[in-house]
Design a protein around this ligand. Sequence first.
Ligand SMILES: Cc1ncc(COP(=O)(O)O)c(C=O)c1O
Length: 372
Amino acid sequence: MKPSVKPGNPNFSSGPCSKRPGYDVSTLRLDTLGRSHRSALGKAALGRVCSQTAELLKLPASYRVGVVPASDTGAFEMAMWSLLGQRPVDVFSWESFGEGWASDISKQLKIRELRSFVAPYGELPDLGQSNPDHDIVFTWNGTTSGVRVSDGDWISADRTGLTLCDATSAVFAMPLPWEKLDVVTFSWQKVLGGEGAHGMLILSPRAVARLESYTPPWPLPKIFRMVKGGKLIDGIFSGETINTPSMLCVADYLDALDWAEKIGGVQETIARSQRNLAVLERFVENHEWMHFLAKDSGIRSNTSVCLTLDLAPEQVKAMVRLLETERVALDIGAYRDAPAGLRIWCGATVETSDLEKLMPWLEWAFDNVKQG
Ligand SMILES: Cc1ncc(COP(=O)(O)O)c(C=O)c1O
């Protein structure tokens, strides 16, 4: 039977992700619009982006947080281009974004001393193969496969290499062992439901020391440069951005940070996401035609939850279309390079009650498609 109750918010996309509950664009503080981002007002807003992010994430006091251009890709490429090349690199990938970083390290940066560890969709490569004297590059949560790293125990506290971690769909949703991570990047439009455009770059003191003591052999565009005269450009980490940011996106991110703080901080944003995953886990347990791409629950993402169905790929597409037409779930088809299936975002901005309302619709849509 067709369910009668629809989710209040059908936005289950994995990026840009749903806005926070109660979001209202008209309540954003817009006094920075039309002003210079280098005015006292603009700088204060950008400075708060850095300081409030650090506070909420409980970063070690010695870590830096900066706003950089071009979203998570910009932040991660900037880190790779600025830091890699000094020592051998171990790169771990298990879905399309991680594969992209591996490919850039080998084909663009042309690093010869490179070991690439790859796992198929749904699995993790053997992280225990990493060498603590090498630089280690990996993605905390593979957004297109729904597989995440479970912890940082495999990273040596005595490493001499750096760890570079793309954590765009993990920050604010999963506990991260900051002391084990030298570079962490993320973007605003994922877990906090902000806007795309700007990247967040978090650096450990060891990453800063590398920046100040090592110059890569390749040219760096201005947009990637974090060092001047052998010193870190400190301003980047206190709100003096390299080039002009969108102050509208900044206002929107500050609103998201305030919401995260109000509901109880990162502990609560993580808990919301875990409760959301639990809804799907209960459903999968009771429906033998639906499966997690990540079979091992210890490495299963609680943000980008990827599911396969006992249906042909065209039938999966028809099911996704049907759910869109009914406006109960938008943008939940698996990523184009991933196995056919569904990807349902379970980050903090998604209401658990909306996922509960979606479940009967999945059953209805599956039956509908199955019967042709
Ligand atoms: C793991 C991962 N890395 C990188 C990106 C690219 O992010 P952006 O579009 O913010 O540059 C994404 C986007 O979904 C992602 O999931």
